[in-house]
Each structure stands twice: as structure tokens, then as C-alpha cells.
Ligand binder design. Sequence first.
Ligand SMILES: Cc1ncc(COP(=O)(O)O)c(C=O)c1O
Length: 391
Amino acid sequence: MPEAAARDDFLPFHVPAIGDEEIAAVVDVLKSGWLTTGSKVKEFEQEFCRFVGARHGVAVNSATAALHLALAAIGIKEGDEVIVPTMTFAATAEVVLYLKAKPVLVDCSGDTLNIDPAAIERAITPRTKAIIPVHFAGEPCDSEAILSLARAHGLKVIEDAAHALPARDHSQMIGSIGDITCFSFYATKTITTGEGGMATTNNPEWADRMRMLSLHGISHDAWNRYSSEGSWYYEVTHVGYKYNLTDIAASLGIEQLKKCYRFADARRRVADAYTAAFTDVAEIRTPFSDPDKEHAWHLYVIQLELERLTINRSEFIELLRKNKIGSSVHFIPLHFHPYYRQTFGYQPADFPNAADAYQRIVSLPIYPDMTVTDVEDVIGAVRSIVDGHRR
Ligand SMILES: Cc1ncc(COP(=O)(O)O)c(C=O)c1O
């Protein structure tokens, strides 16, 4: 079969969906005289909590910051162990190291690429204090199994929901299930503030602690000290961090949140089109999606059936690029990275499902502003590469 003609322009892997509403909201803040943490951050926290069904939300400047504060709030300290999937981004494990605790990596399930509850159980020791499951690509992980393990062993569950907005596990929104849930508003995420994050919890003490630590460990209304209602006096009670979100970013987040379901519908349409187009392609394994859960479709990760192809994953990505289609890989498992290999002695074969998936995974473009032609171009490019390299 002849190779499909490439597009004229390059289709980026991701483009954020920023409308006139976001631009107007940012301009309003810029004109308001108050740029940093203030009323817009409060409003964003309240709207976000309402959206996910949580009592408390602490807005910060990244999901990494949210994860760090969440672990600090539950009291993780030197000598503790925290269970983390190897199939994740650096942030999920590095926050454990910030607190001088040990990230204990575990494997994923081969189908969902989500953390495997049986692997969690095997990794629990007397030093284990918490689990950080990641809702990989936006597909909710097995919260029921993870929470029941956690409760049985007295562990806390800090969910890394960087990919999972909006997502639902049966009737429960992600953000209302674990002890603390951490979201990302990084530029490529399902809603964005450029850089940003949010920790949600139903525990008021953890929320207060995270808020206090997010701004230098000073009293919780310290952000207010330059306003007419604020006071110049404050006390530093802990060593904190500089993790607060700005009103500029929050104003963007408020507008993005209003569009969250519209964006999700658009991403789901792209995912459905890809899945329909690839179900009859034996060389492509389409992503898992449990019909009883709501997938956020932050990522659409195919797995190549390499045994049926004459090219490897890197060559496949290079051919996509030649067809002017951007793509990516989520993730290089943590135990493949030099730091984790050298520090903890991990070998690729330690986590066979993640190691196997890593050779096969390709993330295809999926975002609200993709046109029908963009989606057809991705499908056409994938199919023509497969057709040209069938074993
Ligand atoms: C699974 C996961 N966790 C955490 C993060 C960190 O998010 P942020 O960039 O907001 O710190 C990312 C970012 O890509 C991620 O993919």
C-alpha cells in the first residue's frame, strides 16, 4: 500500500485550549493591582473543590509542589517508605526523596499500565507509610483495592491525579477518594494555568498544614499581609516553601475549569475515533478503558505489537515525525533512569510489565482543538506506517 501523503504543517503533540475568556480574565487581574495569591486563588480553590466534591483545596504552583506538601502534611520523614509506581513521571518519586524518605517502586498491570495492587501488597514493609497511585493517562486506578490495602496496613493514600481531571471511579470523582489528591495544571494537562497544581482533601488539618507550608511556613493568611484587611505581623512556625499560586494563574484556571467537561468531551471524541480506527489493526493495542469508570483521556497511549512489525518504537515515532505528526512516550519507567538504577540498584527486569510496555508505548496527540482532519491525519499516518512495516 502506498504511504499516505504527509500534512503540510506539523501537528504538535499538544496545544493548550486558551480562549478569549482566559485572555480577558488574565487581563482583568493584570489591571487589578493584585497579581499574586489573592481572591482569584480563593475562588479557584472553592470552584475546584465543588467540581471534584472535596471539602478543602490548596492551590499551588505545580502538582510536584502539591505532592510534596501532601507527604509533608501526613508526616512523611526520614526512614519512611512510600510506594510509587515505576510507570510515572519523575515528580511522583522525587517528592518522597525531598523528605529523605525512600520511594519503593512497584510494577504496573500490563493492560491498564496503572499501579498493580498485588505488587503494592508485596512491597509493604513495617517502614511503609503511604502509597502514591497515579491514574495513568487519566484512567482511574483500582482505588478500592488500594484503599483496602492501605486501611489494612495503616497507610495513607496520596493520589497523583496529574492526568485525571475530570475522572470518575464508579460514582466517585477523582479528587474525593484518597486521603489527599494532587492535580496538575501544567501546560499540557487537561486544564492549564501554565504551571499550577491543587491538593484536595477532606481533612482540615492536612489542608491547613499544606497551606501554611506552601508559603514559607508562616501563618495561613500571610498572603494577605499587603492588603487593606491584612496585618504586617506574621510568625514563622515551620520551615516552609514558596509554592503559592498567583492570581494571574488562578484566573486562567477558573475559566479553564468552566470548560473542563467540554474539553473532556472533545478529547473523548478523539479517543473514540482512534479506538474505532485501530481495533482492526492487529499491530496496535489500544488503551484500556473500564466502562464503569470515566477516563479523563489526558493521554492516548497505544502499544505496538512489535512481534508483528519490522520497526521498533523509536523508528515508529520517527516515521510519525516524518509524516508531520507529533507524539511522545509516557513514560520511561523510573527504574530505567540512571538515578534510580545507581541509587537503589534497580534492573530493567525488576518490573517486567513496565519494562515490556516501555518498548511498545507511543502517546498520540489528543486535545480539544484537534480538527476532524487532524485526527484523520494521525489515523492515516499510523495505519500507513503499520502497512509499510508489517512482518
Ligand atoms: C504523573 C505525573 N505526576 C506529576 C507530574 C508533575 O506535574 P507538575 O508539572 O504540575 O509538577 C506530572 C507532570 O507531567 C505527571 O505526569
